[in-house]
Design a protein around this ligand. Structure first.
Ligand code: 13P
Ligand code: SF4
Length: 333
């Protein structure tokens, strides 16, 4: 009883300053109970919890590993436990299943999708590749990991926000169809001699962020470094001091001699920065991802209790997707 009360106090102390009014003591008492139940059930089921950087901060309390898409893919490939509970969105849980097919992979809420992953289908890519190859016979198709397993199965290689430029530059092909994020595709084009043909997809979260808000913060805080995710629009990227993946931002903030930063991505990353780099100050120029926020501590407990929702893939699709993901991992090994 005393241990539980202490945990509730600890959570309140840690989380309340980040979101005043939300993590009151009653809420933290409930969260502490759920945290304890999840920890016990994880041991019973021989499960690990992998969490993306955008998750709610209470999820970090039960996570065995927190990271960006690339780090999570690498981690998932090496998991030895029987069960992986993925606190992130659907394509991330699929990636874990693709790379570690013998494990049971669970996503606590099937509504945790991704607007970017929804913006392209495998059939559309097959058709577009045919059209473009008639003009550019050496065409390669590069898919951002924010895609379905079916899409990954019909492309040449995958990439993430942290390695997109490297992957494109290391391919032997001169012409690249880059799907589905137009903004990341445009960003890659600025950093390569190759010809990038983009797709008309975007992340609804990053697409909403406009330059005006950042310019206003910069005028008040001219010394603050502006950290921008490459899913942002080109006019937002133009204001960046550094363009980084989510974990790239954490690393940059930790190592930089600067003490103030404007964080331009999904708001959950600011929570991770407040917790991990408490000696520095972070200003939010961010938006919330409704999909990431579908995952709650209660849903995570439910997932472990009921062993739902299990990610199941057709073996042919899984193998095709694994080929594209493994090629990415090899090209950046
Ligand atoms: P990262 O790989 O940089 O964490 O990005 C994932 C994502 O979904 C960004 O919106
Ligand atoms: Fe998808 Fe955008 Fe949410 Fe990332 S932030 S999961 S790209 S909708």
């Amino acid at each position: 009883m005393e241990a539980l009360a202490n945990l509730a106090e600890e959570l309140h102390h840690k989380l309340a300053p980040m979101h005043p009014g939300y993590y009151d003591l009653d809420t933290c008492r409930h969260l502490a109970q759920v945290v304890e139940q999840i920890r016990a059930l994880k041991a019973k089921r021989n499960a690990v919890i992998l969490a993306h950087n955008y998750q709610r901060p209470e999820i970090f309390e039960v996570a065995d590993f927190i990271g960006d898409s690339l780090e999570l893919a690498r981690k998932a490939a090496g998991v030895e436990a029987d069960v992986i509970v993925f606190c992130g969105v659907h394509f991330m849980a699929e990636t874990a299943k693709i790379l570690n097919p013998k494990k049971t992979v669970l996503l606590p809420d099937l509504r945790a999708g991704c607007s970017l992953a929804d913006s392209v289908t495998a059939e559309e890519i097959v058709e577009r590749r045919k059209e473009l190859q008639a003009v550019y016979p050496d065409l390669a198709v590069v898919a951002y990991v924010n895609t379905t397993a079916a899409v990954k199965a019909v492309v040449d290689v995958c990439c993430t926000s942290s390695n997109a430029v490297t992957i494109v530059n290391r391919l032997p092909n001169q012409h690249i169809l880059f799907v589905p994020d137009q903004h990341l595709g445009e960003y890659v084009q600025q950093h390569t001699e190759k010809t990038i043909l983009t797709w008309n997809g975007s992340c609804y979260v990053h697409h909403q962020i406009t330059p005006e808000n950042i310019v206003r913060i910069k005028q008040a805080l001219p010394h603050a470094r502006v950290l921008v995710h490459p899913e942002c629009r080109a006019d937002v990227i133009a204001l960046a001091d550094a363009v980084l993946s989510t974990s790239g931002m954490v690393e940059y903030a930790r190592r930089s001699e600067a003490t103030e930063f404007v964080v331009v991505t999904e708001c959950g990353l600011s929570d991770r920065l407040f917790l991990e780099v408490p000696e520095k100050t972070f200003y939010k120029a961010c938006k919330l991802c409704q999909f990431m926020k579908m995952i709650t501590l209660d849903r995570t407990l439910w997932s472990l209790e009921t062993m739902q929702h299990e990610i199941v893939l057709e073996e042919e699709v899984r193998q095709g997707a694994e080929r594209s993901l493994r090629r990415m991992l090899e090209l950046t090994a």
